[in-house]
Design a protein around this ligand. Structure first.
Ligand SMILES: Nc1ncnc2c1ncn2[C@@H]1O[C@H](COP(=O)(O)OP(=O)(O)O)[C@@H](O)[C@H]1O
Ligand SMILES: [Mg+2]
Length: 268
């Protein structure tokens, strides 16, 4: 079997000045399979963004290791935040092209790649538009295209739809699902929204705060997407989420909850 694209082992991160340190998360393990959507779910402040920043190498672990395999153009991770962070003086085409103009990504700039990506993302008609002319949902699609065009092995999404109104959010979730499946993207997504986690995840890992730990992982197989099973799963995830958010220990896992170790083949 090919090595997993992403593995974190015994990850611990502490923050704060010496003598006043607190542990953001500790002894955290995760492994993600190719083509999987791995969702990290948890209440605000439990360390989700810190973990994503560590995986993106915008931050470092105090203990433990992160391994990410390179993608076809040599790039390992790309990250998308809640805000699209587009450059206002560049149009959509040039914002997407921007990702290809740096170091390791230069070789990935094959003919037509940008145009192809714009088409895949439903952005061809907006190629000449400037960020100020885009809706929030369109801008976030451009932001994702700018990352995907560099073909990172793993795409990290930190609450990518958190700033959007509920209807746009809903339609972008469906859109992301389609694009993830058609391009076979490997995704680690952070959210505090249980519905979003269950809709998008092949696996959903629940983090508890102070210090952050993964307390439970659910594998969302295609059978679990049957309406009755999904309703039961939603209840269980919501109950467990409520327990960890209020600082209680989560009650015992029910049949079907799976241990985290060992990457699984994605099913939907
Ligand atoms: N640069 C920083 N300095 C000090 N504390 C931080 C810093 N970044 C995050 N924190 C704290 O670390 C904890 C985890 O934050 P974060 O990873 O942003 O959580 P989440 O994304 O789950 O809401 C929070 O208590 C937050 O206040
Ligand atoms: Mg966060």
């Amino acid at each position: 079997m090919a090595a997993s694209p992403l593995r974190v082992a015994n990850g611990t991160r502490r923050l704060g000045a010496r003598g006043h340190q607190f542990t953001v998360f500790e002894d955290l393990d995760l492994e993600v399979a190719d083509g999987e959507v791995f969702v990290l779910l948890g209440p605000s402040g439990c360390g989700k963004s810190t973990l994503l920043r560590v995986i993106a190498r915008l931050d470092q672990l105090d203990e433990g290791t992160v391994e990410v395999a390179p993608g076809p153009g040599g790039r390992d991770v790309g990250i998308v935040f809640q805000q699209p962070l587009l450059l206002p003086w560049l149009n959509v085409h040039d914002n997407v092209a921007l990702g290809l103009s740096y170091g390791a990504n230069k070789s990935a700039n094959e003919d037509g790649l940008i145009e192809r990506t714009l088409a895949e993302f439903g952005l061809s008609e907006l190629a000449g538009a400037y960020p100020s002319e885009l809706s929030g949902g369109q801008a976030q699609r451009v932001s994702l295209a700018r990352t995907v065009v560099t073909r990172p092995r793993v795409i990290l999404l930190d609450e990518p739809f958190g700033a959007l109104d509920p209807l746009t959010r809903r339609s972008l979730q469906q859109w992301l699902l389609g694009i993830q499946q058609s391009l076979g993207l490997t995704v680690v997504m952070v959210t505090h929204d249980v519905e979003e986690a269950l809709l998008l995840g092949n696996r959903v890992a629940l983090m508890s705060p102070s210090p952050g730990r993964i307390v439970r992982t659910w594998e969302i197989s295609s059978e679990k997407r049957e309406p009755r099973q999904l309703a039961e799963l939603r209840e269980e995830v919501l109950r467990t989420y409520g327990e960890v958010a209020s600082g209680r220990a989560p009650s015992a896992p029910e049949a079907g909850a799976s241990p985290l170790r060992g990457a699984v083949s994605p099913t939907r």
